[in-house]
Design a protein around this ligand. Sequence first.
Ligand code: FAD
Ligand code: UDP
Length: 382
Amino acid sequence: MEMHFYKNEKIIKPNAMYDYLVVGSGLFGCVFAYEAAKRGKRCLVIDKREHAGGNVHCDEIEGINVHKYGAHIFHTNDREIWDYVNSFVEFNRYTNSPLANFEGQLYNLPFNMNTFYQLWKVKTPEEAKAKIQSQINQNKSGVPANLEEQAISLVGTDIYYKLIKGYTEKQWGRAAIDLPTFIIKRLPVRYTYDNNYFDDRYQGIPIGGYNKLTKGLLAGIEVKLGVDYFEDREPLNSLANQIVFTGNIDQYYNYKFGKLEYRSLRFEHTIYDQQNYQGNAVINYTEQHIPYTRTIEHKHFEFGKQDKTVVTKEFPEEWNPEKEAYYPVNDAKNTELYLKYKELSEQESNVIFGGRLAEYKYYDMHQIIGSALKKVKTHFSE
Ligand code: FAD
Ligand code: UDP
């Protein structure tokens, strides 16, 4: 077949039905497709799941939006991204303030004056700082080299052993000394009585659920569900001039350098015939021997008043190719492997890689949207 070439070497298939085949209907795929369609491009979005939206998808159960793939709280410091999501759906005033349960005692998260009071009965920031400092001094080891050292240097040993070590090691299936420091730096440490889990200026849950956001982004765009790219790769490739790939990057290259490691999760949903089960949307269980990390009572994300309630237990699991990949494990070994795949991906002229799985990055929703919008701008040379 005769090929035509763009100036920038992009291969144009004269009979292609679409400008873009978007593999994956998560937030990255949705934003890219929306922006491309806005620029007059024809897109086909496919997803191997039976629904669109990726990990932000909600199932409606008993009139409650159940976060099917774990609690999702939108937060950002970026006004442009906040306005962008609010142009599709209005957000409520939900503020995430999880509790931690350790040996039957409840503690406020993130680590703040309430937590310090609950642990040590200290009432002032000075007292709290002195207490933490005394525990850091005993363990002084220079620049933190791993999650354990980082955590102790931030909050001392009491909090580390009660609220971090057990949770972290079951969540990641690895010793805290084998994990990167950035994972724990996600959490604020505050010397004020402020239980807001995030420091960001904007935060909330879409009123009516996340599906409103993804449906808004995909309005008017062709979406095919239950289609695994790898099961029909060549015919699917022939449908479009360019591909936007948001699946696992190692799978895209047939695992040629080896498999990247991910962390998987199992969710156990229970309907209770009562209005209010735990009084808070998120409770973390920080003891290592309790097999789940959190219990989520979904109605509280939207201040629901339904007669029943749905509660989800989140069990971390080892990943294998038959399971869903939820978290990239960004340790040294996997980072080195990922960089090899990344190098290959940079040589592709008509494939755009984006999102948590294709960029192998522990991205939050606002970061995914930011990264998709940035890629759109570069791609369309704006
Ligand atoms: P995904 O949502 O994973 O979408 C990728 C899509 O590609 C999936 O639908 C998948 O089925 C599809 N796909 C993959 N391979 C193929 C294939 N071969 N063929 C066809 N389709 C394919 N972020 C926050 O900001 N706040 C939170 O509170 C928060 N909580 C989270 C809790 C959990 C438990 C998890 C796992 C993540 C959380 N996140 C949170 C992160 C958030 O989910 C992600 O940033 C975002 O959803 C990623 O979007 P994505 O498009 O990159 O990936
Ligand atoms: N973490 C912890 N104890 C907690 C909550 C979090 O030790 O009660 C640690 C754990 O290592 C976790 C990391 O902090 O992986 C980041 O927490 P976050 O709530 O941001 O995780 P996510 O919601 O992305 O799973």
